[in-house]
Design a protein around this ligand. Structure first.
Ligand code: DGJ
Length: 391
């Protein structure tokens, strides 16, 4: 037998196999994820907008070293058609480098940016957790107050590619009571409550309602730290954030132009210390929240909840993670739930595996969300997976 043609076909087949291997598309949760330039994606605490056939992933740009936990550059954008391959589109909201009094001056804290599109105004609207470092927010000794301001920043653009123009920062719903306000909230607040409680359950060991932090912040507006945005089928948008020294989630309806709060909001899960809230809605109209506990950059067990209405009543469902390492949410913390365009009830849980000592190395944990009987959601660990899980 003539071996030469045989060898050629073998080589041909091997070559086909290796290019098929290259073409293979999958998600590898927790691994480094390279963009079109071969650089690890830098969009932490992010969220994804789907607009006219393209996915836009906006997230915190981190730099090397602990200083990278503060905003040194701005909000980074990547785009994709298939969710596996991401193209670097650069920085779409830049920190201010010239005016130390700017809210978004270099060194401030800009976290968890999310962008939504307003069909009426045709504007792309970005909200993020903001801790300014201008003089209002310094201690008497001139140090930054860290997470004490607990504000929300708002920016907008005519294009999803930016640049985004910074508009203002707010404490949500100043002078407004939530729809589930209770009489005791309206009573005089004791001077003991005036201080800030450090942002973790260990700093606030009593039930938040025995302190009335809602009442404390009524005039200046409520605290807002970890956050997400959610647009409902009727185009009403909601800002969901950890408030009242992180003890309580607020679900707050935005104004029709999405640039401010409407004044209608609800407190949920008081004293449960939910951080990193995310929200989704199934095709039958059920709402689900996945959030984390409150342990700084260290992972903890995720929580989930469901409701028939966005303002509740919300029912707790427990930790949706069902595989090994469920107690650390697979070493990650939620940031967004992405509905996949064109596939009914297909959602991706997006989370961050933080590296606070060198934040630029943080990786991303993406997992498919299983909806069980429209009642429960489950997150099973997968080493590698692709969108065919939704077939
Ligand atoms: C946990 C939050 O989820 C993060 O976004 C960040 O604010 C860290 N805390 C800071 O410790």
């Amino acid at each position: 037998m003539n071996k030469i043609p045989y060898l050629f076909s073998l080589l041909f087949l091997m070559n086909c196999n290796s290019s098929l291997e290259k073409e293979k598309k999958y998600f590898s949760p927790g691994e480094k994820w390279m963009d079109n330039n071969g650089v690890h994606i830098n969009a932490h605490g992010g969220g994804i907008l789907f607009h006219e056939g393209l996915y836009y992933w906006y997230g915190e740009h981190k730099i090397e070293g602990e200083i990278g936990n503060t905003a040194q550059v701005g909000v980074h954008l990547y785009t994709s058609q298939n969710l596996y391959d991401w193209k670097d589109q650069g920085i779409v909201l830049k920190v201010n480098e010239t005016d130390p009094e700017s809210d978004i001056y270099k060194g401030s804290i800009i976290e968890r940016p999310k962008v939504i599109f307003n069909k009426k105004t045709k504007k792309f609207v970005m909200w993020f957790h903001l801790e300014p470092i201008n003089k209002v927010y310094k201690t008497a000794e001139g140090a930054n107050v860290g997470y004490g301001a607990a504000k929300s920043g708002i920016a907008y653009s005519d294009s999803p590619f930016g640049p985004f123009e910074y508009l203002r920062s707010v404490r949500p719903n100043a002078g407004k009571w939530p729809i589930n306000v209770q009489d005791f909230h309206k009573k005089k607040v004791s001077s003991e409550v005036k201080k800030i409680y450090g942002g973790g359950p260990e700093h606030l060991p009593v039930h938040v309602d025995s302190l009335n932090i809602l009442g404390r912040d009524f005039k200046i507006g409520q605290m807002a730290r970890d956050m997400t945005l959610f647009v409902d089928n009727d185009e009403k948008a909601y800002h969901i954030y950890s408030s009242e020294d992180n003890s309580t989630l607020h679900i707050s309806m935005l104004s029709d132009d999405y640039l401010s709060h409407s004044g209608t909001y609800k407190r949920i899960f008081p004293s449960k210390f939910n951080e990193a809230p995310t929200m989704m809605k199934s095709s039958s109209g059920k709402y689900f929240i996945i959030a984390s506990g409150c342990t700084s950059w260290s992972p903890n067990p995720a929580r989930s909840a469901t409701s028939n209405n966005i303002f509740g009543s919300w029912k707790e469902l427990g930790n949706p993670c069902v595989s090994r390492d469920s107690l650390t949410t697979y070493y990650s913390q939620s940031t967004y739930i992405l509905p996949i365009n064109g596939i009914k009830d297909a959602f991706i849980f997006m989370a961050d595996r933080w590296k606070p000592e060198n934040p630029i190395e943080g990786t991303y944990v993406w997992l498919p969300i299983k909806i069980k009987n429209d009642k429960l959601i489950e997150l099973e660990w997968k080493e590698k997976w692709d969108l065919s899980v939704f077939d």
